[in-house]
Design a protein around this ligand. Structure first.
Ligand code: GGG
Length: 363
């Protein structure tokens, strides 16, 4: 029987396939040099799947994701499908995967590589050494709450509705992930919501406070309104260690945090499900960036977020800490050597393309 781990690769749309290609070269090398054997299955998702199969993701692909030891996802989104019914949108692929595999905790590390302090939107002294973890809840909140939809009122006016819903268990399980992570980081959690105007935020704050008192009183807990958190991330980001927040705020705040690191193209992520029998848990790894259709197919995309997502996969799903650290060190070395894709090239740097960046990491 093969001892190969099953990896489902879902490159998706736009720059997804280009950046995924660079990871697959690293996977090939790991097989030869580090005795890591992966059985890789590649499938279409997003606009690429819509074009061939008429749906953003097939049920068969959901089943493959459930059977896999880990899923490596690229990005979805395609302007050609921007104005269709919701269930025909490319983004449904990632939303369905998160829901069907119950991938509720999206870990988004915003870490500044020393070589990139000048590429940050903030001053070098403000971001040097920044290493924060944003834990975004991903299967609840306004993304999925009912009712939702667009209705036409009797006078012809249209009304768009989304509903923010969170339950106690949904908040508890993601807060638990944040507290556990804090224990191996700097032992501080900041819980972010908007309890001054939202009932779901009020419940969020209460549940996190109660869980903290019951099980995690050794961890330092603070609370912050989401708007203040956005401001504080720009004012003094190093005050944070682990941030835990809901689906929408987590999406927005992590995009903001990515610019502190230099570019959206630098932030990887891991989305984890519940631990099941035999310690196995579903997990999906993806860069936080989308499909960037404006630069797709031009060898311009930064592959580092996808490569770093694979490093997270090795760490969290395959227990290959040494290989994960090796890849992260390779990225750090390449940046130290002065190589930059266009998104992180400060004045004075001549940017390289996706393939050259991937090849340098591999080298
Ligand atoms: N790799 C991330 C990606 O494809 N993002 C597209 C997107 O819009 N996803 C929805 C979300 O993460 O909220």
């Amino acid at each position: 029987m093969s001892d190969a781990k099953k990896l489902l690769a879902l490159p998706g749309d736009g720059i997804g396939p280009e950046v995924m290609r660079e990871v697959l070269k690293i996977v090939h090398w790991l097989g030869q040099a580090r005795d890591l054997h992966l059985e890789i299955t590649e499938e279409l998702v997003g606009g690429a799947s819509l074009a061939v199969h008429g749906v953003p993701i097939r049920d068969e692909v959901i089943s493959l994701a459930k059977e896999a030891d880990a899923v490596l996802f690229g990005s979805v989104g395609d302007p050609a499908w921007a104005h269709v019914d919701f269930d025909k949108r490319p983004e449904v692929a990632i939303l369905r995967l998160r829901q069907e595999l119950e991938l509720f905790a999206n870990l988004r590390p915003a870490k500044v590589f020393d070589a990139l302090v000048d590429a940050s939107t903030l001053k070098p002294d403000v971001v040097r050494g920044l290493d924060i973890m944003i834990v975004r809840e991903t299967v609840g909140g306004v993304y999925f709450g009912q009712p939702r939809g667009i209705e036409t009122l009797p006078d012809g006016t249209k009304r768009g509705v989304n509903t923010e819903v969170y339950t106690t268990p949904e908040i508890e399980r993601v807060a638990r992930v944040a507290f556990e992570l804090a224990r191996v980081q700097d032992n501080r959690v900041c819980s972010v919501e908007k309890c001054n105007v939202m009932e779901s935020g009020l419940l969020w704050k209460q549940v996190v406070t109660d869980l903290h008192a019951r099980e995690y009183s050794d961890v330092q807990l603070s609370h912050m309104l989401a708007d203040n958190c956005a401001m504080q991330l720009v004012r003094n980001p190093r005050q944070f260690d682990v941030i835990v927040t809901g689906n929408l705020f987590g999406d927005i705040l992590s995009d903001l945090a990515s610019m502190l690191t230099g570019s959206l193209g630098m932030l990887p992520s891991a989305t984890l499900g519940t631990v099941q029998a035999a310690g196995k848990r579903h997990a999906l790894y993806e860069p936080i960036h989308g499909s960037a259709p404006d630069i797709a197919g031009k060898n311009l995309a930064n592959p580092l977020a996808q490569i770093l997502s694979f490093a997270m996969l090795l760490r969290y799903s395959f227990n290959r800490e040494e290989d994960a650290a090796l890849i992260e060190k390779a990225v750090s070395n390449v940046l130290d050597s002065g190589l930059r894709t266009a998104d992180i090239a400060a004045p004075g740097f001549t940017p390289v393309g996706t393939e050259a960046m991937g090849a340098a990491v591999l080298q």
